[in-house]
Structure formats: C-alpha cells, structure tokens
Ligand binder design. Structure first.
Ligand SMILES: C[S@@+](CC[C@H](N)C(=O)[O-])C[C@H]1O[C@@H](n2cnc3c(N)ncnc32)[C@H](O)[C@@H]1O
Length: 378
C-alpha cells in the first residue's frame, strides 16, 4: 500500500508520495522535479544510484564508511545500506532541514535503526568536520566544483570518490566561458563533445586532489541522461599524482578528414589535410575505466544495467580517445548511405583496428588510433 498525502515538517506542510526504488521505499516530494523540491527525488537518477551500488559491491574493501553530503531523500544511502553486501556505515547529510527530517522518516520506513548518522550541515562543513570516508558521493545540482576541495581532503587514502556533474552544457561546449570558470579548460562542441566534457571534469578533480598530494584515478566513468559520472580510486602519493598530471593534454578532431590529435600541447595547429584544428583542453587523456574493475561490476549487473556495462566493458578494452559517429563519417566521406554500426566495427576489426560501440552515443564507434576509413567504406 503506497502512502500519498501531506506531511508536516517544521510547521511546513508539504505534499509527499511514496516510491519504490531498488530495495528502498522512500517518501519524496511530489510535483515538478526542480531544485526547489524539499525532498529532491529524480527518478531518472535511479540508474546513477544502481551503478553506485554495483560499484560499491565491486570494491575490494569489506567495510565501508560512506559519506553522502547531499543526501536529499536518502534514497541512495538507504539503497547502499540494503543492497551493498558489506559492513557499511552511512553518514547522511543535507543542508535542507526538511530533507534531513525526510531522511530520518525514510530510514524508519525501511526499518533501518543502526549503521547510519543524519546531519543537517553545509556539505563542505559536513565533510571537513568528519574523520574521512572510504567512499564519498558528490551529487549536487549542476557543477560539483564548489565541493571538490573538501571532498578530496576527506576521501581516505585508499578510498573512492564518486562525482556527478549535471552541468553538461558548459562541459560540452555550449557555454565555454562557464566551463573555463568552473573547470579551467576549453570545451569544443563537436560529435565527441560528451567525451571531452567527461575528460575535462576528470582533470579538474585530479588538479584539486593533487594539491593535497592525492592521486585520483578514474576507474569507472560515463555520460548518460544529461549528466557525467566518475568514480575515482584515491591514493596518497606525490609521484602517483605527478603521473596523472602528465596525462593532461589537448584533444582535437579534424572536421574535414576526421583525423584525431591528442598531446600535452595543442599542436599541430593544422591537420595533415590542411584544415585548422580546434582543440579542447586541457583534459584527461588517460583511461576512463579500469577494465578489470568493469569486469567485476558486470558480474553484479542486473537486467537494467547489464547492457550498458557490457558496452563499457568492450569500450574499455579498446581504450580510444575521441570517438567517431556514423553521421560524421557519412558526411565527411560523402556516403549516400550510412554504414551499419556493427558492420563497420567488423570491418575495422578485420583490418586490424581495435573498435567497439561506445556508450557515449548510439551512433558512436570507439576506434583506437587513426583509422583509414575511406578504403573500408568506399
Ligand atoms: C541533486 S540532489 C541530491 C540527490 C541525492 N544524492 C540522490 O541520489 O537522490 C542535491 C541535494 O543537495 C542539497 N544541497 C544543495 N547544496 C548543498 C550544500 N551546500 N550543502 C549540503 N547540501 C546541499 C539539496 O538540498 C539537495 O537535496
């Protein structure tokens, strides 16, 4: 039986309803999904939360101290408490007092009485006032930038940090000035702009972490439903941090011949074909995934996540930079008909290239190196 109706919190009467997500049953605000929701719940982010559960079930640690500085309804933490098969302590926090009341109400609704704390602080104060977390989840509205400093300081030496960014418009090049201000990098609007956006986000987190001699290596990253998500593995090590910084650089794709360029400087300025190159960066040029980690996650995947995880698993083995789209291939090669994705991948593999579909786009193909597409398609 689902409950729906008004609930009074701190003298304010709000409309709430119950929803079921994974093994959690939670009370959430009704109405349009906006920042003004007191107990913010976005059903589209169920996938994001399910991947978080997969991720935590795949880390080697058997005991986890989880920090949720922006916990909203508490659905993520309740799912972690119920679905992660480890000894887990979850510290819920939200700056909205009503949200923290709802979190407590939701914990009761799920018959949870131990293994958590709930606080009502600003996220940075919550993190800095803590002793540290083996997993910290930064899940704000928009950019995570204001929270990164406190987050990287409080993620434990061998811990993990999950970061969501929903400000895809700046990161993917619609608002380059906002990207420069928030992420200290120039985006480019092109067919692989969401890969660029993800790589810009990764570099920003790594730069902040390196100030504290911490190396944050991405182990699982993706773009989906208008948000970016990255899980980092932390290591306290000056040399490891230096090693990551060496993998920051620039990325361009020629619009005339599709050739990809990436290096630690934005050079050459012109493509081999003579066209001017438009570089995005600085950004992370290293791996977006740890393949063995993805393999472990895949073992825990269910019908909702398996397909996505399988695509990323294949993509992680290819480990390409700057994916291609069938549309751009068709346009540049002036094809009367676009090639079928699986046929193109087959041809590329036969010709000795590493290629796979990419999760970034249904019409995307990840290809290692610069393939000679013309002879394969004409
Ligand atoms: C996108 S929602 C979080 C969703 C939640 N993590 C989930 O999985 O359902 C963002 C939450 O951050 C809270 N918030 C915004 N700014 C904050 C701040 N400076 N400190 C703490 N919480 C904050 C909001 O009240 C809101 O509940």
């Amino acid at each position: 039986m689902f409950w729906q109706g008004r609930y009074t919190v701190k003298g304010r009467s709000e409309q709430f309803r119950e929803v079921i997500e994974g093994s959690a049953r939670v009370l959430v605000s009704t109405g349009a999904i906006t920042k003004r929701m007191e107990a913010f719940y976005n059903p589209i982010m169920e996938f994001n939360r399910s991947v978080t559960i997969l991720f935590l079930n795949s880390v080697p640690q058997e005991r986890l101290i989880v920090g949720l500085p922006m916990a909203a309804t508490g659905v993520r933490g309740i799912r972690i408490l119920k679905e992660v098969k480890k000894r887990v302590m979850v510290h819920f926090n939200d700056k909205s007092e009503i949200a923290t009341k709802i979190i407590k109400r939701n914990l009761k609704l799920n018959k949870l009485s131990a293994g958590f704390t709930v606080s009502n602080l600003d996220a940075s104060i919550f993190m800095l006032g803590s002793k540290g977390f083996s997993y910290l989840d930064i899940d704000p509205f928009g950019t995570p930038s204001p929270f990164l400093d406190s987050a990287v300081r409080r993620v434990s030496r061998q811990g993990y940090l999950g970061v969501t960014a929903t400000d895809t418009a700046p990161l993917a090049g619609t608002y380059p000035k906002a990207c420069l201000r928030n992420y200290w990098a120039m985006p480019v609007r092109n067919e692989f702009m969401h890969e660029t956006g993800l790589r810009i986000l990764i570099r920003k987190v790594q730069l902040i972490a390196s100030q504290f001699d911490k190396a944050l290596e991405p182990v699982f990253s993706y773009y989906r439903d208008h948000y970016y998500r990255v899980f980092f593995r932390a290591r306290k090590s000056k040399s490891a941090a230096d090693g990551l910084l060496k993998q920051h650089g620039w990325l361009a794709g020629c619009r005339r011949c599709l050739r990809r360029y990436h290096s630690i400087t934005p050079a050459p300025s012109k493509c081999e074909c003579g066209a001017k190159l438009n570089y995005a960066g600085p950004l992370w040029l290293g791996k977006l995934w740890d393949t063995s980690f993805v393999e472990r996650m895949l073992k825990h995947a269910d019908s909702n996540t398996k397909q996505f995880l399988s695509t990323i698993y294949e993509e992680s083995k290819v480990n390409a930079i700057g994916f291609y789209t069938l549309g751009m291939i068709g346009k540049v090669l002036k094809l009367s008909e676009l090639p079928k994705k699986h046929k193109l991948i087959e041809k590329l593999n036969k010709a000795g290239y590493k290629a796979s579909p990419t999760h970034f786009s249904p019409e995307g193909v990840a290809i290692r190196g610069n393939p000679q597409l013309k002879p394969l398609l004409l």
